[in-house]
Ligand binder design. Structure first.
Ligand SMILES: *Cc1c(COP(=O)(O)O)cnc(C)c1O
Length: 362
């Protein structure tokens, strides 16, 4: 079986974990600090704050920006549920804007119509490893005085006009095992703003500035040094992993037939967290079955857009929301294996198996 994801855990990670276990400091300690410092360097930001997951990174970032009950946050419905649920966690309302069908990311031309007096932030999701079109998004945010909180959980190292994602506003990253790098579970927040940095650190640790004095409601979202040790070792390999993903994607895009391959806009670096094609003509699910029968994993990210998830419809009243490009994309997208551990034989098998199906069903 050619799997969709395969965490690349080597001797470096194992040795680093053993060192932590032997050191006597196993919860948040010096490795977390080192991981934060290296992550900030990778992103080109002044600060990075480690958390327990991408979801808690989003949650803390929204709290640090003071977003709460009665506020609205503009985001995409074509994403993993955590992008929008984090907005619910702080008591605010996700307002969904449709995607650009070529990039699967927020369509900047549709954002302004969704802004109301309650809007406090835009939460662009850099889906599949490709940055959103940030220039117009930043312009709109500035014009309306909105915060920008980037969901970069799928885009470690992706660039937009020479700048890394996570450096445009407040960035949030996931370190789940399927992501471009992992710490098993883990998250990271990035920012250039020292005030946001301090708020995130306080919220992460029970609202505590001075030991056992609590000025506000906080949480325990601390990363452990065990996880940070894995993340540190992985971060050193991010560039190599991303380069391999790009090489694999290039091969697929050059050889696949009958499907629409990923679009990479001018001036952007796609890091291919996912390699996602569009399968036209209602053949997506049959192709997926065919691939599975031939030992090739594939996945639909995501089969149900967030505004159509049952509790968004029944409990939250999103039943009337209509996002035609998002809804259509969920019927066509199929992600194929692209991870760095694929062999050239694997890639050839993927291509020949997809092409055989598409030719037979042309
Ligand atoms: C993975 C992911 C998250 C959540 O990250 P976790 O570490 O799983 O909590 C949020 N947003 C997007 C787009 C993701 O892909």
């Amino acid at each position: 079986m050619i799997y969709m994801a395969k965490p690349q855990i080597g001797d470096d990670e194992k040795k680093a974990v053993m060192e932590v276990l032997d050191s006597g400091i196993i919860a948040q300690g010096p490795r977390v600090k080192a991981f934060e410092d290296d992550f900030a360097v990778m992103c080109g930001t002044r600060h990075a704050i480690a958390t327990t997951s991408g979801t808690t990174a989003l949650h803390v970032a929204l709290l640090a920006h003071g977003i709460g009950a009665g506020d609205e946050v503009i985001t995409s419905a074509f994403t993993f549920i955590a992008s929008a649920n984090s907005i619910l966690f702080v008591g605010a309302k996700p307002v969904f804007v449709d995607i650009d069908p070529r990039t699967f990311n927020l369509d900047p031309a549709k954002i302004e119509a969704a802004i109301t007096p309650k809007t406090k932030a835009i939460l662009p999701v850099h889906l599949y490893g490709l940055a959103c079109d940030m220039d117009p998004i930043l312009k709109i945010a500035e014009k309306h005085g909105l915060a920008v909180i980037e969901d970069a959980c799928q885009s470690h190292g992706a660039e937009y006009k020479g700048k890394k994602v996570g450096s445009f506003g407040t960035g949030t990253f996931s370190l789940y095992p399927t992501k471009n790098i992992t710490s098993a579970e883990g998250g990271m927040i990035t920012t250039n703003d020292p005030v946001i940095d301090e708020k995130c650190r306080v919220i992460r640790q029970h609202g505590m500035r001075k030991r056992y004095y609590h000025d506000e409601l906080g949480y325990n979202f601390r990363m452990t040094d065990i996880h940070a040790a894995i993340g540190l070792a992985q971060l050193k390999k991010l560039e190599k992993f991303n380069a391999q993903r790009q090489t694999n994607a290039k091969f697929l895009s050059e050889h696949l037939k009958g499907v629409t391959v990923p679009h990479v806009p001018e001036g952007q670096t796609h890091v291919f967290h996912q390699y996602t094609v569009r399968v036209p003509g209602g053949k997506r699910d049959a192709l997926r079955t065919w691939l599975n029968d031939h030992g090739i994993g594939s996945e639909v990210y995501y089969p149900v857009p967030i505004h159509k998830q049952s509790f968004y419809v029944s409990d939250l009243g999103y039943g009337d929301v209509s996002l035609p490009e998002t809804e259509f994309a969920t019927t066509e997208v199929l992600s194929l294996p692209v991870h760095p551990a694929l062999s050239s034989a694997d890639l050839e098998t993927i291509v020949s198996t997809v092409n055989e199906f598409m030719e037979k069903n042309a």
